[in-house]
Design a protein around this ligand. Sequence first.
Ligand code: AMP
Ligand code: ZN
Length: 474
Amino acid sequence: MSQIRFYNTYSKQVEPFEPLQAGKVKIYSCGPTVYSHPHIGNFRSFLMADLLKRFLEFKGFTVSHVMNITDVGHLLDDADEGVDKLEEVARKEKKDPLEIAKFYTDSFMTASKMLNIKPADSYPRATEHIPEMIDMVQSLIDKGHAYVVGNNVYYDVTTFKDYGRLSGNMLDDLNAGARIEVNAEKKNPQDFALWKHDPRHIQQWDSPWGRGFPGWHIECSAMSTKYLGEQFDFHTGGEDNIFPHHECEIAQSEGASGKKWVRYWMHTRFLMVDGEKMSKSKGNLYTIQELVDKGFKKNAIRYALISSHYRQNYNFTFDGLKAAEQAIDKISQCVFLLRQVTAEGDAVRDEVPAFIEKAINDFGEALSDDLNISKALAAVFELVKDANKLTDANTAEVKVILDAIERIDSVLGVLETSADEIPPEIMSLAEERRTAKLAKNWTRADEIRNELTAKGFVVEDMPGHDYRIKCRDA
Ligand code: AMP
Ligand code: ZN
């Protein structure tokens, strides 16, 4: 068995994987900005984190996973200027920003469930962690990494010697580059905002620097520290997160703690449509629901989005989705036929454990090589081919083959039944209970819990005001 290896954006090399703590892995993923329905491009990134997590669990690790929900502060351009996208939608729809955020958080949770993404242990919301962000900004000021100008706080990038190492955008190149904005307040053009004052902003909080709102990057540093500690194993996101977001996150977290922060940085390349990045701003996007409405199966969407290597662009086409459906049909058909076998017997022919062991081994080895999914899938179809050849299998043989397919599917997640599907109205009730709990309205929270129980669902509370819902008999 070879060592598990991953490409690390930080070192730009494939590195052997050594967790910080034996047997345990901590993953932080940049989650959605909740001002519109997430699209399949976003989900390509979220699914990569899901594949990583499921694979590490397959290998026997216990995984803690945190994904943030950005419900404030994403500005329209990289230079800390422009309009907050969430507020822009709130203004347009004449709604409270938190109402917008709640609506699209529900949408994200529902679509994640449709894609059979294993829920994170917590989904911290930025607006619920303003005190933690303020503490981190204060600590950066105290340590000389940040400075206050009026009611604004900026990070002085020249105080952090590794600024630019992740993205390769080293300071000298950046300063010589074309995109230098003019902001007389900043000591250096690349300094970025940690706290901003802008009376036009709807969402504002009190701080030692006056009323304002946090900068674009501080939430991930503050929330990952709160839930995973000052050091952890993986940080994931899409390739557009590398600069400036993750570069700034490193400067903040390592500047505040003085410790090496993340061990492995993993970034998913873009999902493309006709050679262009699928994005909310370009409007060339599909949501999961839109594809389901067109008649595509949810597990085929999942399969299509995970079936190409995460470090290569994936060009989205309907033909690709149809091919994914056919691939899943091949596995399902094999499972279906095996389940029809009635010939009792406990003698397992030698060739059965042999081809199963080979398949499981090849599957694990392929994913150990920086999540080489094409090779892993080839091992699955080899197994299907060998199983289909056993026309006279007995029930004992069927059991070992089905167990192997189930083990493989604990990573792929494409064969799960629909038994544990949570309907949107149940998701919405659970969200309402969360809001009631936050407002300390325990009576309403209990009422909703009872309502959920009556409808056949169990709600389990998790760290960070999160929860999990399960079918009672699942
Ligand atoms: P956002 O909701 O814009 O904050 O994005 C959520 C996540 O989706 C981030 O990690 C982005 O990097 C990622 N992402 C956005 N567009 C794409 C795309 N076309 N392909 C893959 N990942 C994407
Ligand atoms: Zn982030």
